[in-house]
Design a protein around this ligand. Structure first.
Ligand SMILES: [Zn+2]
Ligand SMILES: [Zn+2]
Length: 191
């Protein structure tokens, strides 16, 4: 399976949007936090820089996260369709700034939460069309509920990239093996 560049970009933005809210941490608390997210994912267009704008983007998080919890394609389709309506998605072709012709899903002056919602929803729609919804995963680390998209060929990705879940899990596994080895060893000593 080859994922289009736009699909990967939209899904990556969706993952970061959802994961911007973690237990004890919120990366979208103010305009600067929102700037960081929008810049990282190269969202262009109009910014109102109001509390309402920030609230609207924050509200998207639960809607996008719900897709990871949906039991199947029909439920995902319902959620994605709702996101597209809410975002007032109207695809149009553009070759702005020297880029090859590509689709934008909202008008240039559309509110930023519409732009974000539409991009993420269209990328999720691609996954539905491709029958690849099992790429949507929750981090396997204990006590982490971050979401991820596994783009790997052999579907081997298990941990999010919000912190060092992969490392933490490796250390825990190493310690468990080490404890086991020591227990076996001390048993051997007694015998
Ligand atoms: Zn563009
Ligand atoms: Zn994690």
């Amino acid at each position: 399976v080859i994922f289009a560049h736009d699909t990967i970009a939209g899904l990556t933005a969706g993952v970061d949007l959802v994961n911007s809210e973690q237990p004890g941490r919120d990366d979208l608390l103010d305009a600067a936090g929102l700037d960081g997210f929008l810049d990282k994912h190269a969202f262009t267009g109009r910014r109102a820089r109001t509390d309402g704008e920030l609230e609207a983007v924050r509200a998207l998080r639960a809607e996008v996260r719900a897709v990871w919890g949906a039991p199947g394609p029909a439920e995902v389709a319902t959620l994605v369709n709702r996101l597209l309506v809410e975002a007032d998605a109207r695809p149009w072709l553009t070759d702005h700034d020297g880029w090859a012709w590509h689709l934008h899903f909202t008008a240039t002056n559309a509110p930023i939460h519409h732009r974000v919602g539409a991009e993420v929803a269209m990328a999720l729609a691609d996954l539905v069309r491709m029958g690849e919804l099992d790429r949507l995963q929750i981090c396997a680390a204990d006590e982490c509920r971050a979401v991820l998209v596994d783009f790997s060929r052999n579907r081997s990705r298990r941990f999010c990239d919000t912190g060092n879940c992969g490392n933490r899990q490796h250390v825990a596994a190493y310690r468990a093996r080490r404890r086991q080895a020591l227990a076996v060893q001390s048993f051997g000593d007694r015998s």
